[in-house]
Design a protein around this ligand. Structure first.
Ligand SMILES: *Cc1c(COP(=O)(O)O)cnc(C)c1O
Length: 422
């Protein structure tokens, strides 16, 4: 099955004439389309809001687009909170779904009036000391065991560090009620990259049942069910994207249990990251070397610093040789980066058209957990980010790192005062 980039070869050539590779390219039209599809799929729920998981794509220009589409932000660190603040998000527009949280981050989140999502029962007293207990708070649930939907295995919550046990949730609610909390949200993230349409409805049902039980047994007033992230995308050409309309309808049907329990006015929220921007970004690189030893290698000017997922998860990212979309895939290559690290392979034994030095290589689906996961191993610098607008124009939305940036943390002393930074 063919999987094509969102950008044509002609456009890519035009962009690379202005901005050298490697860079991440984002498709504004695609991001807006997905944000609208999601909103529509949950339009039946009063108060629905997507809190985009900032860690997936922490670029202020992208976050601004999502703000225009009505999204809030899901933050988990000081820098993410500052980013949200700088872009004018505040109060209910920010979820703070952190874990192992430093005191000053809780304090800052409280200052912004963000919705605090507590990962653990011990964080109640910690939050009391750092920022104080708000009147509305969200609690993160971990049901333990395995998540089986029908006969499909979707994850192992019992092995996940996140959230509280059911018993702890009950104790936490009672403790927080005593501390003056008036309304509760419930949150769970039980799978990652779940492309199966049944994951989200299963997660929703688990939270609905918990909400009803808390409401009936403890009189807890529930204001939000947060389905969090975890909805997958079609990385492989033979995979299908999850159908968000279908998912929305399935959750609408099971929401009947909430309505019957007189919890029909509870707002749903999501913290999708990958689903929102993943397919709408790609890493554009140039083939700069060709090596033949026991295998055929294509060396790129990008490396795992720009996209870690293949190296750390053995993740599949589809590759298109730009301009050779219709050519026969009659060569088998390992497509690799320049790190002194043998995991630095974007693809292993991949059937591709014949590649020549100078060919533009498009690595698909890097719009989430792509640039943001990058690091600086081997002193390799992080790339620029470019935004392709719906009308075909494009802008740089983050410049590439420079040597000066790389050495900036030595600016407290003069040990590198003689270094050439240009
Ligand atoms: C990472 C994360 C998300 C987003 O996950 P995706 O897989 O990108 O949808 C949402 N919420 C929390 C708390 C997360 O840690």
């Amino acid at each position: 099955m063919q999987k094509l980039p969102f950008v044509s070869h002609e456009k890519l050539v035009e962009i690379t004439e202005k901005y050298p590779t490697p860079f991440h390219l984002y498709d504004e039209a695609g991001i807006r389309r997905t944000a609208r599809d999601l909103k529509e799929a949950f339009a039946w729920n009063h108060g629905f809001r997507e809190y985009f998981a900032v860690k997936a794509c922490p670029n202020p220009f992208i976050l601004k687009i999502l703000k225009e589409e009505g999204c809030g932000l899901d933050c988990a660190s000081m820098a993410e909170l500052r980013l949200a603040e700088a872009l004018g998000f505040s109060g209910d527009e920010i979820m703070f779904s952190s874990n192992e949280t430093p005191g000053e981050e809780f304090e800052y989140a409280r200052k912004l009036n963000a919705i605090i999502n507590l990962d653990d029962i011990t964080h109640i007293d910690f939050l009391k000391k750092h920022g104080g207990i708000p009147e509305r708070i969200c609690l993160r649930y971990n049901p333990g065991g395995e998540l089986l939907v029908g006969s499909v295995y979707m994850g192992q919550p019992s092995g996940s560090k996140f959230g509280m046990t059911k018993q702890q949730i009950f104790h936490a609610v009672q403790h927080l009620q005593n501390l003056g909390v008036k309304e509760f949200g419930l949150h769970a993230l039980l799978a990652s990259n779940a492309a199966d349409n049944n994951y989200y409805p299963a997660n929703a049902m688990i939270l609905f049942e918990l909400a009803i039980e808390l409401n009936q047994k403890l009189g807890a007033k529930i204001f939000m069910i947060n389905l969090s992230g975890g909805v997958g995308i079609a990385y492989q050409p033979e995979q299908q994207m999850p159908d968000i309309r279908k998912i929305g309808r399935a959750i609408e049907e099971s929401f009947d249990v909430m309505t019957s329990a007189r919890l029909g006015n509870v707002a749903l929220s999501t913290e999708l990251g990958r689903f929102m921007t993943g397919p709408h970004g790609c890493l554009v690189a140039t083939a700069i070397h060709k090596k033949h030893i026991y295998k055929e290698y294509i060396g790129l000017d990008a490396c795992a610093v720009n996209l870690m997922r293949p190296a750390i998860y053995d993740a599949y990212h589809h590759i298109t040789v730009s301009g050779k979309e219709d050519a026969l895939c009659d060569h088998v290559y390992d497509v690799v980066g320049s790190l002194c690290e043998n995991n630095d392979k974007f693809a292993v034994d991949r059937a591709l058209p014949e590649i020549h030095d100078g060919d533009l290589i498009v690595i698909h689906d890097t719009g989430a957990h792509g640039y943001s996961m990058g690091y600086n191993y081997n002193g390799k610098l992080k790339s620029a980010e470019i935004l392709l607008h719906p009308d075909g124009s494009f802008d740089m939305i983050r410049r590439a790192e420079t040597i000066r940036d790389y050495f900036a943390t030595f600016d407290f002393c003069d040990i590198l005062k003689d270094a050439n930074m240009d």
